[in-house]
Each structure stands twice: as structure tokens, then as C-alpha cells.
Design a protein around this ligand. Structure first.
Ligand SMILES: Nc1nc2c(ncn2[C@@H]2O[C@H](COP(=O)(O)OP(=O)(O)OP(=O)(O)O)[C@@H](O)[C@H]2O)c(=O)[nH]1
Length: 375
């Protein structure tokens, strides 16, 4: 869970950095514009003043970069620092416009360009606040200028520029917040789809479980056993053998008849629990049907298979069941066969069945291994 959260954070942090680099490209373009203006003699200040714009840009952006690279921004409510970055950019542009002279009219739209960066992040309120900040900054600039220069014609032009800027920013705020709403709606749909996917995955898991498990004992069912056995056969090494044991509870009809079907069910469940606790991880036990079970031992030889089934048989014979009167025990008989890579699986099951038949006929409560001479 924590790892998933870390991966998610890293992904978002990467996106934030990408957006930051894109903003730096815009800063770079602005630096070029300032330099060109200076070379063309349109910048109204010394070279040091002109360089101070670039210096301030680089300085403030280095701080944002350091905050992101050190992951310090993750401590903030808004780790993208969009509001702070936009506010800083507005202040820097206002400082630039103060010396832009006749170029101011064309450079003023950089305010709008800055806002575009907030389109996916900023709420309508944020957009209005930043638009307000830009208008206040630009308004203060032209008011101070008018105070010191008292040029009415130029002040009128500045006021018209301020008005045009206000109109554009209002339009941008509406569009921006609409785009953000759309994005949120898309995000919601995405979340709903993901939740549906999770539910479907859970249901698929349940269906898979139902299709492969015997409901009474919780063991694998016949279909799953056969599929799994055939899959394991395809993975067998040439010298490897798989052990198969067909296990059939003895006189089980009597248990049902004498103590009831529920008692019979308890015995079947008890056998399943015992088998699960007796067998090793790679072994597979399944309910083949009724009171018949089948066991698969990977990488077995005759001796190992026999020992394993005998261990289970002796434990089962000693098992006490609440539903049965004291002293009443259940037993099983088992038919064992070994499966080689080149063998036919159905034929092997048949061999085990013949061995089981022999075990039943030899008095029950015993294991018999199939001998080729039976055939
Ligand atoms: N309680 C219960 N009994 C079941 C279930 N499935 C099958 N049986 C019973 O298992 C019994 C199997 O009886 P038989 O096939 O005659 O075999 P048996 O009495 O065990 O005799 P042998 O196999 O010859 O030792 C039948 O009475 C079935 O009704 C089940 O899910 N629950």
C-alpha cells in the first residue's frame, strides 16, 4: 500500500517537473525578447537593469526547482505550487513592463500566457485572484508612471491597455475554470470506471472460485483437478513421475443412513481439513465426486506416494467426529498409480481406479498401488 502511494507520488512529481520545465521555456522566450528589445534600442533602461530581469527570473525559478527536487513541495497543500509560481511570474512581468516602453502594448499579453499555466489547476476563485493581481500590478504601474511623467495621452493609452487586459483575463478566467470543471468531471468518471473495474475483478475472482472449488469441502473440484493435472504434465521433466491416488471413503452410505446426511457432510469436510493439513504445498487434493477424492503428488516415486497416502489414511482412521457416536470412526481405501511424462492421464486414472477396486475387495481401509499385471 505504502509502495503504491510512493509510486503515485513519484508519478505526480514527475508531471509537476515536466510542467515546470515547460514554464522555463516560456521564461527563456521572455529573456530572448528582453535581449532583442535591448539590442534594438527599445528597452528603456541600462544593460544592468535589463540583466536584472533575467537574474530575477533565474533566481526565483531556481528556488522553485530546488523545492521540487528536494520534494519539499510535497509538504504543501498544493505541491504543484501553481499559485505561487503564477504570482511570482505576474510580479516579474510587471517589473519588465515598467521598462518596456513602446513594446508594452505587445508584451502585456504575457499576463494571459502566465494564466494558461493554471488552466488545469486553478479554481475560478484562483483565476479571479490572479487576474486581479495582474490588473492591480499593471494599474499601479501606469498610475505611478502618470504620477511622475504626467503624460495624459500616454495615460489614456495605458488605461485602454488596462481595459483590454481586464477583458482578456475575464474571458480567460471563465474558459479556464470551465476547462477545470471538465477535467474534474472526467476524473470523476475515471474514478467511477475504476471502481466498477475493481468490482468486476472481485466478481470474476468469485466466479473463478465457484467454477474451480467444491462448495462443501472447499477443495478443488474435478474439473479444476483435471485441468491442473494436465497443466503439470506439460511441465514434467523426462525422468519425473507424478503420483495419483484415488481415495474413496469406506461404507459411507452407512454413515449417512445411520447418523444422517449432516453427519456425512461433516465427515467429508473433516477429511478435507485433514488432507489439507497433512499434504505439502505443491500437492493437490480435490473432491472427485460424492465420497471420492483424488490426490496428486508432484515429483513422487512409488514409496513416497504410498507413505503419503498411508499417513493420511492412518490419521483419518483415528479422527474423531462430533456428529458420530463415540468409538465410531471412518476409513478410506485408496488406489495409487504413477504417471510418466509420456503417459495418458485418463489411463493413469483408470489404473488408480483398478487399484482402488482391489483395495475395496481386499477388505477396505488400505492402499493398493497399481501393478502393470492388473491390466
Ligand atoms: N452426506 C453426504 N453424502 C454424500 C455426498 N455425496 C455422496 N454421498 C453419499 O455417499 C454414499 C456413497 O455410497 P456408495 O457409493 O454405496 O459407497 P460406500 O457406501 O462408501 O461403499 P464403498 O465405497 O463400497 O465402501 C451415498 O450414500 C451418497 O449419497 C455428500 O455430499 N454428502
Amino acid at each position: 500500500m505504502a509502495e503504491m502511494q510512493d509510486a503515485q507520488n513519484a508519478k505526480f512529481q514527475k508531471l509537476r517537473l515536466q510542467r515546470f520545465y515547460l514554464a522555463q521555456l516560456n521564461y527563456l522566450i521572455t529573456y530572448i525578447v528582453i535581449s532583442v528589445a535591448w539590442f534594438a534600442g527599445q528597452y528603456q533602461g541600462s544593460i544592468w537593469l535589463m540583466l536584472s530581469h533575467i537574474g530575477l527570473g533565474l533566481g526565483t525559478q531556481s528556488v522553485f526547482f530546488a523545492l521540487m527536487r528536494s520534494n519539499w513541495n510535497l509538504r504543501l497543500n498544493d505541491p504543484s505550487m501553481t499559485n505561487a509560481q503564477i504570482a511570482v511570474a505576474i510580479l516579474l512581468i510587471t517589473y519588465l513592463l515598467a521598462f518596456a516602453g513602446p513594446l508594452r502594448g505587445s508584451l502585456i499579453m504575457i499576463y494571459a500566457n502566465i494564466m494558461v499555466f493554471g488552466i488545469f489547476q486553478l479554481s475560478r476563485r484562483d483565476f479571479l485572484i490572479h487576474s486581479g493581481l495582474a490588473l492591480v500590478c499593471f494599474g499601479a504601474l501606469i498610475t505611478i508612471e502618470q504620477h511622475y511623467q504626467a503624460d495624459t495621452q500616454r495615460f489614456t493609452l495605458n488605461l485602454v491597455e488596462w481595459f483590454i487586459l481586464a477583458c482578456f483575463l475575464a474571458g480567460l478566467s471563465m474558459t479556464g475554470s470551465y476547462i477545470r470543471e471538465l477535467r474534474e468531471r472526467l476524473q470523476q468518471r475515471h474514478n467511477t470506471l475504476q471502481a466498477h473495474q475493481e468490482t468486476l475483478r472481485g466478481m470474476m475472482g468469485q466466479l473463478q472460485n465457484l467454477a474451480t472449488t467444491d462448495p462443501l469441502t472447499g477443495l478443488a473440484n474435478r474439473r479444476h483437478f483435471i485441468q491442473e493435472a494436465q497443466r503439470r504434465m506439460t511441465l514434467m521433466r523426462p525422468t519425473q513421475q507424478i503420483g495419483i491416488a484415488l481415495i474413496d471413503l469406506d461404507h459411507f452410505k452407512r454413515i449417512n443412513d445411520l447418523y444422517g446426511h449432516a453427519a456425512g457432510d461433516q465427515v467429508l469436510q473433516g477429511f478435507a481439513t485433514l488432507a489439507n493439513s497433512t499434504l505439502r504445498d505443491g500437492d493437490l487434493i480435490a473432491r472427485f465426486g460424492g465420497e471420492e477424492f483424488v490426490l496428486l503428488l508432484g515429483n513422487a516415486n512409488e514409496n513416497a506416494l504410498f507413505q503419503c497416502v498411508e499417513r493420511l489414511r492412518l490419521r483419518f482412521a483415528g479422527q474423531v467426529f462430533d456428529a458420530l457416536p463415540e468409538g465410531v470412526h471412518c476409513t478410506f481405501s485408496a488406489g495409487l498409480a504413477l504417471l510418466q511424462p509420456e503417459d495418458d492421464f485418463e489411463a493413469c486414472l483408470n489404473d488408480a481406479d483398478q487399484a482402488l477396486y482391489l483395495a475395496k475387495n481386499s477388505g477396505r481401509n488400505r492402499s493398493e498401488i497399481h501393478q502393470p499385471s492388473y491390466a
